[in-house]
Write a protein that binds this ligand. Structure first.
Ligand code: TRP
Length: 350
């Protein structure tokens, strides 16, 4: 169903890296939120393949991962006929606006980005220029559509602040031209708001409740992959690390029990209940009672997603059609904004 633009209260843009092997952590931490936002906003969801190549990517794997991540989002409930779902490299204006923003952003701003420091590590001289410039392209992604809301994890907050700084400096640097173009508010690029997905949905490793669930953990038993089948999901929950105590009847009783806290949190998130509600049902129960209930819930929610993903990736031509269609719709929104940007900056021609 396509709602008219005025039915929404704002425009959402978010991006995800095309890395394979998405987990329950990605699902509860980001995807559920993106799916929910479709009801209230016009949503643009982008597989950021241009960001991916800031670190070396095997080309064939990059193609497969791009389709797989898009398939995962559809399987989780992103409706590609309602929201716009596409891969970044198909809309050339991302790179083009990125260049203009390279000339707006200051070196000093980028020098402060902690993710670059983490990713480049000790061998900063050997990192790609793209890795350093990553946040500028991210600002272009968002502002190319004049998006107002950006659902991101905590780790992306600093990048979003940079996007806000770039928007503000652009508006200020080209104040006269923006006013002359008829923007009486003086605002050409809006300040995008972060929509931070809360700590309640942070899913931890099934082997160590103090570590985040991660696709790169050496042990596959530490995570539930969205492609795991029903038996695998149930086994992983059954073998998840726990302590010998029964569950408390109040949340405060979980504070020193990270593994129990994590499993209760997963149950709560998947069932759409609060942890308190889960504990009022299971308080006093042992894990031999709680784990089978959690396994059933995980299988009921996740196995259909895995099935849908497998069906979608089995037809790469259909995935490519969906992405091309999304790119076409994205371009229709981006082109007029970029054209006006060029005129404001002083470029001749349409
Ligand atoms: N940097 C984001 C991440 O790694 C991905 C991303 C790229 C993004 N462009 C974006 C997120 C624009 C939000 C908006 O998660």
């Amino acid at each position: 169903m396509v709602l008219p633009a005025h039915a929404y209260s704002g425009r959402v843009f978010s991006g995800m890296q095309p890395s394979g092997n998405l987990t329950l952590g990605n699902y509860l931490g980001a995807m559920v939120n993106w799916v929910r936002m479709q009801d209230d906003y016009e949503c643009i969801y982008c597989v950021v393949d241009m960001h991916a190549i800031t670190m070396w990517q095997d080309p064939a794997t990059l193609k497969a991962s791009t389709r797989e991540v898009a398939a995962a989002y559809i399987a989780c409930g992103i409706d590609p006929t309602k929201s716009i779902l596409f891969n970044q490299s198909q809309v050339a204006e991302h790179a083009q606006l990125g260049w203009i923003f390279n000339c707006v952003a200051r070196l000093g701003w980028l020098d402060r980005m902690t993710q670059f420091k983490d990713k480049a590590g000790k061998e900063k001289e050997r990192a790609s220029v793209g890795l350093y410039d990553y946040p500028v392209l991210m600002a272009a992604d968002i502002l190319l559509y004049r998006a107002t809301h950006v659902p991101v994890g905590d780790d992306q907050k600093q990048h979003l602040e940079l996007a806000r700084d770039i928007a503000a400096k652009f508006n200020n640097d080209f104040k006269a031209e923006i006013a002359a173009a008829g923007h009486s508010s003086g605002i050409f690029f809006p300040q995008p708001e972060p929509v931070i997905t809360g700590p309640a949905t942070r899913v931890m490793s099934l082997r160590d409740g103090t570590k985040k669930m991660s696709k790169s953990d050496a042990s596959d038993m530490s995570r539930i992959n969205l492609t795991d089948d029903a038996d695998t999901i149930a086994t992983k929950i059954r073998k998840a690390k726990t302590d010998p105590e029964a569950l408390p009847s109040e949340v405060a009783g979980l504070s020193t029990r990270p593994e129990a806290d994590n499993l209760v949190g997963i149950f709560a998130a998947l069932s759409g209940k609060t942890k308190d509600a889960v504990l009022s049902e299971f308080g006093g129960a042992t894990f031999s009672t709680f784990k089978p209930a959690l396994a059933d819930l995980c299988v009921a929610k996740l196995a259909p997603i895995g099935d849908a993903m497998r069906r979608l990736v089995a037809d790469p031509a259909e995935m490519d059609r969906i992405l091309a269609n999304g790119a076409e719709r994205a371009r229709r929104l981006a082109t007029p904004i970029y054209r006006e940007t060029k005129d404001i900056v002083g470029f001749v021609g349409g």
